[in-house]
Design a protein around this ligand. Structure first.
Ligand SMILES: *Cc1c(COP(=O)(O)O)cnc(C)c1O
Length: 413
């Protein structure tokens, strides 16, 4: 069943909003700015645009540190390496908290142990569009005089009840990077439900984020190139070819783009790119809704496969669906599925390769830690794209490979 020949079309690993040339029109959109449209979409009074999700986190951490003087930031042991890099950038101290088994949430006991009087902020993270338990983090944090920053980089549009993620904590941020949905190539949105904290966040941004034309020029060209290449017929060159090269040399960190630079560029998000984002916004709410419908069908198909776990929403959570996170029974089985499907153009990939302490290039940023659940999550999960460009037949082929590999397992049914 291995399909070693690259396919003519290539599904991206996440559901990015297909760009349109009309988005690039240089003048201000009549329908309102990116910030206003984003605020209306999530039901906030206002949002603050930054040059990346990481930059938004840096602005939030810098602000809260100025307000409280504390230095420890508690983050999930399995999250985007950029989060650890942002904490180091701010000169703050990283403290990892293990996940609950098989979950994106903090382990409750580990979090209670981690949350002492030195803690500046807890960072619950809505990975892969799933809605994390923010209420538990808020209760612990506020009892200890700490803040909560929701990392909603991968969850723009996710809600609990009618309230958008990002607004239950003290502050929250979304990413507008390539691959996270609506994109300005790089970009981020910073939110807070607290008007006085919002003033402080804006003040920090004015103080530490300069206008840097060279960066803006670079990002503008990157956004143009993205518009040219983000289509099924070209993704096999723009995305698939470098992916397959990285896999051939046995470098999974490069394959998923986990190899981030240790320096975080801080600059304002330029007006043209904000206008491009504002125009793309016209299609975003419908895209999120269609993605949720497609995900409901496909989630049911995946869930019907025994012996695996597909992360979903519980209670009143209503997440977004950039991709499915699938937990396999063990690492060997996961790797057998990947051997057949990763790099085959059918949207199968991995999220972050390692728990944070296990990235060699982060050794000056992340101290060793005993985080078995995060390690197991990294070792046993794979992702399946929820891109509209992943055809039903290709999705079905992915399901068949998973079923076959499970059957071939010693003792498999
Ligand atoms: C992508 C990501 C970030 C950083 O966002 P950028 O816009 O890429 O800087 C932070 N946290 C998580 C969980 C992410 O996936």
């Amino acid at each position: 069943m291995a399909i070693r020949r690259p396919r003519r079309t290539e599904a991206p690993p996440t559901a990015g909003l297909p760009p349109r040339w009309g988005d690039l029109w240089p003048f201000a959109p009549r329908q309102g700015s990116l910030e206003r449209r984003a605020a209306a979409f999530i039901g906030a009074d206002e949002v603050q645009a930054e040059c990346s999700g990481t930059a938004a986190l840096v602005v939030a951490l810098t602000t809260l540190h100025r307000l409280s003087g504390r230095r420890v930031v508690v983050v999930p042991a399995y999250t985007c390496p950029l989060v650890a890099i942002a904490v180091a950038h701010c000169g703050l101290e990283l403290r990892l908290c293990d996940l609950a088994p098989g979950s994106i949430d903090f382990d409750a006991q580990a979090l209670a142990r981690a949350c002492d009087r030195d803690v500046l902020a807890l960072v619950p993270t809505h990975l892969g569009g799933r809605v994390a338990d923010v209420a538990a983090a808020v209760a612990l944090a506020h009892a200890a005089g700490a803040f909560v920053i929701e990392d909603a980089a991968q969850a723009f549009g996710a809600r609990r009840g009618r309230v958008s993620v990002g607004l239950d904590g003290d502050a929250g941020f979304f990413s507008l990077a390539v691959g996270k949905g609506l994109t300005t190539y790089e970009g981020g949105l910073l939110v807070s439900a607290d008007a006085s904290l919002r003033r402080e966040l804006r003040r920090t941004s004015r103080e530490i984020v300069p206008w840097r034309p060279a960066w803006e020029l670079r990002r503008s060209f990157e956004l143009l190139a993205y518009h040219a290449c983000y289509r099924p017929s070209l993704l096999r060159f723009a995305y698939g070819a470098p992916l397959r090269r990285a896999l051939r040399r046995g470098d999974p960190v490069a394959a998923v783009g986990d190899d981030f630079p240790l320096r975080i560029p801080l600059h304002t998000l330029g007006r043209w790119r904000r206008n491009v984002g504002a125009r793309a916004f016209a299609r975003w709410p419908a895209f999120v809704a269609e993605g949720a419908l497609r995900a409901r069908r496909r989630h049911a198909r995946l869930a019907a496969i025994g012996d695996i776990d597909v992360l979903g929403d519980a209670g009143d959570a209503n997440g977004t669906w950039p991709f499915f996170i699938v937990r396999m029974p063990d690492e060997a089985t996961r790797d057998r599925v990947l051997a057949r499907l990763w790099g085959e153009g059918r949207g199968v990939s991995r999220l972050f390769i390692h728990a944070l302490p296990d990235y060699a290039y982060l050794r000056d940023v992340v101290a060793p830690a005993d985080v078995p659940n995060a390690r197991r999550f990294a070792a046993t999960t794979l992702t399946i794209s929820n891109s509209p460009w992943l055809a039903d037949a290709d999705f079905e082929a992915v399901c068949s490979v998973i079923e076959l590999v499970l059957q071939e397992r010693p003792g498999g049914t």
